[in-house]
Design a protein around this ligand. Structure first.
Ligand code: SF4
Length: 456
């Protein structure tokens, strides 16, 4: 049963927040919104950190080594925040072969990686058999690698492209997912979550599925025993209430999955990861910045129930309010306090940089995300921060924790509590500095063996 709410209590009340931190009380959406606007940042971090320590203990904070493989950039959708997609026939359009994908996975395994995050554009030229063959060949070539792949918008397009049998949309999704699961798919990433409120979603996610469909796909995955992630991309045209509504929907659907399937071994949302929109090279990024005068149009439109109407402000969708470090940390802290039924909160590295990511460990994040070998989608929008595994471990240790490599289910693979830890093996950090670890807009392949990027 979800914890009870005390909606009449001022959310800044220390007694209430102590109960929220202990997992005994659930914040209401109204309380979360009030906290976002009124609580000093450091205090918000204190309570999010307290909740994180209740769930994850005092000592260990994790990361995963995986590889983000974008198998095709051909996409029929035209999301306004995307700089990655290409039309079929474009000079830069590509679809990787199975051999190329397996070669990438072999490279990942050679550095101790445990999973791949595989996502692509919505490419109508790829039949179901292409995905089944790929998954089977991957399973034969790399049986120990966890395949975390195909976000809900891709699954929705599979339903459109493959025309599976089934009396309704849910049955069709189930038919597709059962076949992908049988071929080797293990879990589903949370891509395409963006912002659930329909007024925002219609403006920024052209061609992408509605919130209800996104959440239904994940519910079917949970029914089939697969774990998933949930994500949120914020800091564009949305209001703060839209972010809270987004978290509330994730929380409600997690309750539903746990209630419906937990006793039968069903899956669940294991993690929530949120990151600020990156504007470079994207149509959405060409909108003018909000001048900070008066109310932000997104806030005028946004409603906690997700039913905001764009007609509430004629400038809605015409101004950007990008999120900086404090808005990012504030949003992440609220997510840790709101999402009492989600195990992990991941820090965002690609967009925020290593030092804000490190700070995120004091604002509710227990996981530093992914030490990845490549990242294409976010880096196409301009910002990519590159870190090696030793530097990542160093940042976690420097934040006061013991770094540990985890797998997809958040089981610990290696706890770096000895002198053999990757960061404690480094005598000369200058080579890492020379590798330009904090480069914006490019990831150096040399000499650091792996880079940190956005995983979901
Ligand atoms: S974000 Fe994904 S679905 Fe949207 S246009 Fe880009 S590749 Fe296509």
């Amino acid at each position: 049963m979800p914890p009870p709410q005390r909606p009449q209590v001022d959310p800044r009340d220390a007694g209430l927040l102590a109960d929220v931190s202990a997992g005994n009380v659930r914040l209401s959406s109204e309380q979360a919104l009030q906290l976002y606007h009124e609580m000093p940042l450091a205090e918000l971090g204190y309570w999010a950190d307290a909740r994180c320590r209740t769930l994850h203990g005092e000592h260990i904070r994790t990361y995963v080594i995986d590889r983000n493989i974008n198998y095709t950039n051909v996409c029929t959708a035209k999301c306004t925040f995307c700089a990655f997609r290409r039309d079929a026939g474009d000079a830069e359009a590509y679809t990787l072969t199975n051999a190329e994908i397996i070669a990438k996975v072999n490279e990942l395994q050679s550095i101790g990686g445990s999973q791949i995050l595989m996502q692509g554009g919505m490419n109508p030229d790829l039949p179901l058999s292409w995905y089944q063959t790929l998954l089977c060949e991957l399973g034969e070539a790399c049986p120990d690698v966890h395949v975390h792949a195909f976000s809900p918008p891709e699954i929705v397009e599979f339903v459109h492209f493959f025309d599976p049998p089934g009396g309704d949309f849910r049955a069709k999704v189930r038919w597709v997912l059962e076949r992908l699961q049988a071929a080797g798919l293990k879990s589903i990433p949370g891509g395409g979550g963006e912002i659930f409120a329909s007024a925002v979603r219609r403006k920024i996610g052209l061609g992408k599925c509605s919130a209800d469909i996104w959440l239904t796909v994940m519910h079917v995955a949970h029914e089939l025993g697969m774990n998933t992630s949930a994500t949120m991309m914020f800091g564009h045209i949305e209001g703060i209430a839209d972010r809270i509504h987004h978290m509330d929907l994730v929380r409600k659907w997690q309750d539903k999955s746990l209630s419906d399937f937990e006793r039968d071994g069903g899956g669940r949302y294991m993690a929530f990861i949120s990151w600020p929109f990156q504007r470079e090279n994207t149509p959405l990024g060409r909108l003018p910045d909000w001048d900070d005068e008066g109310d932000f149009p997104g806030d005028v439109v946004a409603q906690l129930d997700g039913n905001g109407e764009k007609s509430a402000d004629t400038d809605f969708g015409r101004r950007l309010r990008l999120a900086g470090a404090s808005a990012y940390l504030r949003t992440q802290a609220i997510s840790r306090l709101m999402l009492d039924n989600i195990y992990s909160i991941g820090a965002s590295w690609v967009t925020m940089g290593p030092h804000v990511g490190q700070l995120a460990l004091s604002f509710g994040a227990n996981d530093m995300g992914s030490v990845m070998m490549e990242e294409n989608v976010v880096s196409a929008a301009g910002t990519t921060y590159c870190l090696s595994e030793p530097v990542l471990c160093h940042l976690i240790r420097d934040a006061g924790f013991t770094p540990a490599q985890r797998d997809n289910t958040y089981d610990l693979l290696t706890v770096h509590d000895s002198d053999l830890s990757p960061d404690l093996q480094v005598d000369d950090w200058s080579e890492f500095r020379e590798a330009k670890l904090h480069v914006q807009g490019e990831c150096s392949d040399e000499p650091v063996p792996v880079t940190v990027g956005q995983a979901d």
